[in-house]
Design a protein around this ligand. Sequence first.
Ligand code: SF4
Ligand code: SF4
Ligand code: SF4
Length: 309
Amino acid sequence: MINMVIDGKKVKVSRDSTVLEAAKQVGIDIPALCYDKNLEIVAACRLCVVEIDGKNKLETSCSTKVREGMNVNTHSEKIDTVRKDVLQLLLDSHPNDCLTCQKAGECLLQKYAYEYDVNFVKHDGAMRPHLVDTSSPYILKDDSKCILCGKCVRTCSEVAERQVLAFADRGYDTRIVLDADQTLETSSCVSCNRCVTVCPVGALIDKRTLGKVRSWEGEKQVVKCKSCQYGCNFEVIKNRGKNIAVKAMEPTEGRPLCLRGRLTTEFINVDKPEKPFRKIDGKFEETSWTKALGLEEVMEKMELLKEDE
Ligand code: SF4
Ligand code: SF4
Ligand code: SF4
């Protein structure tokens, strides 16, 4: 542990923490859009800037390690001005869609815009292109809402055999693409939903929850997937006493998340599960639950055993 001062309070925090993590340990939430405790730190969004005694400029708290005697301020007029500017730049090219967006209520951009009193501004400047990929029955990708935090790219590349997502183009035209600019259907995406769970805004949405319930209406129950030894966490979403959908929770290190696990959890927990789909030769096809859960051979064997009885 080391001793430091955060917002005027003397605190003891773990010596291997970043300033952002240290603040969290003592109950201070520093806003951040590109940070995720399970992913490589890139310090890209600049929302987590803080003042550190002895430094002339603001530092990104997600990438700065704590040290003995450090004195940090997480709020000041200068910091709030930078945060407001960052949020305003994002909102200036973002669709004013919170009324109908599936992410409303859990979207970090919406949360911070509210906290820092930053609004959508009607202007004649460029907007992000309205490119929506509806080719997958599992994921909806809306580039107009993407804030280029890169969390989806980093989490997809954590699983060696996936690495489907990447940044493409330059400057204002930068966007997230699958393989060499394929769709969710034609790409090598395996619909594991890792990227969906880490996306802080409505740019990636779980399509099987779409339009079913607003985030503040549904109750959530955490369950563990029973498909394999990893036991990934899922949320069963309930509304008016019914289990209506299953959503993957953030993957942690060593937990891959997979479609079969999500479908198994959905089949077991959802009262009326939607039909499953499988990708065959780059095309999604509706299938039976037996095939989707990979139980064909098990079922065949069980039938054979029944005949022998
Ligand atoms: S992504 Fe967030 S800020 Fe954008 S429309 Fe949806 S809820 Fe609103
Ligand atoms: S669903 Fe999984 S495989 Fe597909 S792009 Fe997202 S993280 Fe990668
Ligand atoms: S799709 Fe979501 S997670 Fe990926 S870069 Fe855009 S905002 Fe970030």
